[in-house]
Design a binder for this molecule. Structure first.
Ligand SMILES: [Zn+2]
Length: 282
């Protein structure tokens, strides 16, 4: 009898697992359903245990533009006026080279395709199970997204696009973001497989079982600049260690233009260093 009850419970459990997976699939197909967040505002709220500030709104120009972000949401976005903000202008002659800094050590695997337009960027949520060891801490890769033009600039030079791979330490909830620059050149084959499915409008998303590997989208040489900074969108929380990769990857004029067409210019201007040092691993 005991065994039968156990079997019954097991079957019920399995049914509920399958049902919930199915629901998730259906939800993801629905354009107006909420998808897993992982956007920067949610990650910051997670870290501070705050509820999301749904009434607050920001833009990249005008009266809700970057210079006013700190005042747009009461206390919640005050960090946007902080002393350790991102992005920055990386002045290569001032970078401190330190061979003892570990290389980026990734343990990435494949993911299904889950692309979301959150109104500020095109975000690719990445399936659980991929991580990177950065400065001896294991961070989970949650999502990556794009900015046109680049947010970080190097010796005052801006790239046409920058990709941000957002990682979270599951214990402390602190973030590590790997920034990768794009420069104009030949067609980017990896990016090309998504070009026809980029969600055009806010809250649109695209879900497919088609698998891809984030590693295929990264430069061969992952040497980087690193510094302590913040999220580059409100709440601008200063909970991010940045790893800005030196080598840029290529995308065609048309590909870069397409991203800009959808996202418009969504870069925050460089913020003051305020005495912070920028390091390089090599
Ligand atoms: Zn970003």
């Amino acid at each position: 009898m005991k065994t039968n009850i156990f079997k019954y419970a097991l079957v019920l459990g399995l049914i509920s697992v399958f049902t919930s997976c199915e629901n998730e699939q259906i939800d993801n197909q629905n354009q107006n359903q909420e998808v897993p967040k992982y956007d920067e505002t949610s990650l910051s709220n997670d870290f501070f245990g705050r509820k999301s500030s749904t009434d607050c709104h920001f833009e990249y120009e005008g009266i809700d533009g970057p210079e006013f972000w700190a005042d747009l949401c009461g206390e919640d976005w005050k960090d946007c006026g902080g002393n350790s903000q991102s992005p920055i202008n990386i002045i290569t002659s001032s970078v401190v080279e330190d061979a003892s800094i570990n290389n980026i050590n990734t343990n990435y695997t494949i993911s299904s395709t889950n692309i979301f337009n959150n109104g500020h960027t095109i975000q690719f949520n990445y399936d659980a199970g991929s991580s990177a060891s950065l400065n001896n801490i294991d961070y989970n890769l949650l999502q990556f997204h794009f900015h046109t033009g680049s947010e970080h600039i190097v010796d005052g030079v801006q790239y046409p696009m920058e990709m941000h791979l957002v990682h979270q330490d599951p214990v402390t909830k602190l973030l590590a973001v790997i920034g990768v620059f794009f420069e104009e050149g030949k067609t980017n084959k990896e990016l090309n497989q998504f070009m026809n499915n980029l969600p055009e409008h806010e809250d649109d998303h695209y879900v497919s079982n088609k698998k891809y590997h984030i590693k295929d989208m990264l430069p061969g040489d992952m040497d980087f600049y690193t510094y302590s900074g913040s999220l580059t969108t409100p709440a601008c929380s200063e909970i991010v260690t940045w790893y800005v990769v030196k080598e840029a990857i290529k995308a065609s004029h048309w590909q870069l233009e397409r991203f800009e067409q959808i996202m418009h210019e969504n870069f925050r201007p460089a913020q003051a260093l305020n005495g912070r040092l920028v390091w390089a691993n090599d």
